[in-house]
Design a protein around this ligand. Structure first.
Ligand SMILES: [Zn+2]
Ligand SMILES: [Zn+2]
Length: 341
């Protein structure tokens, strides 16, 4: 089969002919219909993250089951599916406690093992989730990364009906997060960004837009909440400044969930921001298989609307994919390109 592979760090991805991996008794062979190009893939290409080489990129994958192993019961040939990007053992202490993102031998598609920039993929069938006909493959693919992580972040926040939420960063993650927050019963959702077209889109989903280029988002959130602050803040950008702001915008007993990735540190004033308010700062890593059925159902019902998110589709072509990754590297993260082999 054809696969677009990273041969060495810092180099363009290349087309290679590789064998289709053998299908074990508990595996599924999936013919790929859509694979999202994620910002992380650009980092992997640049050699920022440690991955093995050569490697087929792509962790946002949807397709059709071509073949199911003898012991597989959850899917059959012909089923439309989207794929959980974590391949886990199911037996270790973390898998057993239902926190399989910490699986001691966990492997991420397109990072630790070959992913979806290819014609086919083989994975344990329990990582394949039925994708209803109402959801296009492109949306099914990207849902498995940004929307799933937003869903997990909101669960980590312990959001209760009637609470208020601030979403720092309304790119791919944020646009899902604010819709899901409302679906989970948030009263008001504040969308913080510096990109006015994204803020406009967020407003279309019922969020209150706050342009941090024009105003201090913490001051504005305090003003809009009668001085109290928000119950939940999601930091989806990965900047020390917005991490500080997400904590500073919390109400008493508020929870800030940090999703954005940075190697830098950020400052918190315990005596004013944590102790007297019993505020919490919560880390958030990936998402869980158990969360995916509800997420897929929310998308099927249109409660989670991803129709405006995919901006372009590409064939399985190395030049076109490298060009799309170059554009992403130039940080246009409102661009969501999906490969449709
Ligand atoms: Zn991704
Ligand atoms: Zn495990």
């Amino acid at each position: 089969m054809k696969a677009i592979r990273l041969i060495e760090p810092g180099k363009a991805v290349e087309m290679q002919e590789v064998p289709i991996p053998p299908v074990g008794p508990r595996d599924a062979l999936v013919r790929i219909k859509a694979a999202g190009i994620c910002h992380s893939d650009v980092h992997y290409r640049a050699g920022v993250a440690p991955v093995r080489y050569p490697l087929t990129l792509g962790h946002e994958v949807a397709g059709v089951v071509e073949e199911a192993g003898a012991d597989v019961t959850n899917v059959k040939p012909g089923d439309r599916v989207c794929l959980h990007y974590m391949v886990t053992c199911g037996d270790c202490v973390y898998c057993t406690m239902g926190s399989e993102q910490f699986c001691t031998t966990g492997e991420m598609l397109g990072y630790h093992r070959d992913g979806g920039y290819a014609e086919y993929i083989v994975l344990p069938a329990r990582g394949a989730f039925l994708l209803p006909d109402e959801i296009p493959f492109e949306q099914g693919a990207i849902m498995m990364c940004s929307s799933a992580t937003s869903f997990h972040a909101l669960r980590k926040s312990r959001l209760k009906p009637g609470e208020t939420v601030a979403v720092y960063g309304v790119g791919g993650l944020g646009m899902s997060a604010l819709q899901l927050a409302r679906a989970f019963g948030a009263l008001d959702v504040y969308a913080v960004d510096i990109n006015s077209s994204k803020l406009e889109m967020a407003q279309g989903f019922g969020a209150v837009p706050i342009n941090a280029a024009d105003t201090d988002p913490v001051v504005e959130i305090k003003r809009l909440t009668g001085g109290r602050g928000v119950n939940v803040a999601l930091e989806l950008i990965g900047l020390p400044l917005t991490m500080q702001q997400s904590v500073a915008s919390l109400a008493k007993l508020g929870r800030a969930v940090i999703v954005g990735v940075t190697g830098k540190t950020f400052e918190v004033a315990p005596y004013t921001q944590l102790i007297p308010t019993e505020a919490e700062i919560i880390g958030c890593s990936d998402h869980l298989a158990q969360e995916l059925p509800a997420l897929i159902e929310l998308a099927r019902r249109g409660t989670l609307d991803l129709s405006g998110v995919v901006t372009d589709t590409l064939p399985l072509d190395a030049d076109a994919i490298n060009a799309a990754m170059d554009r992403l590297e130039g940080f246009s993260d409102d661009v969501r390109v999906v490969i449709t082999p």
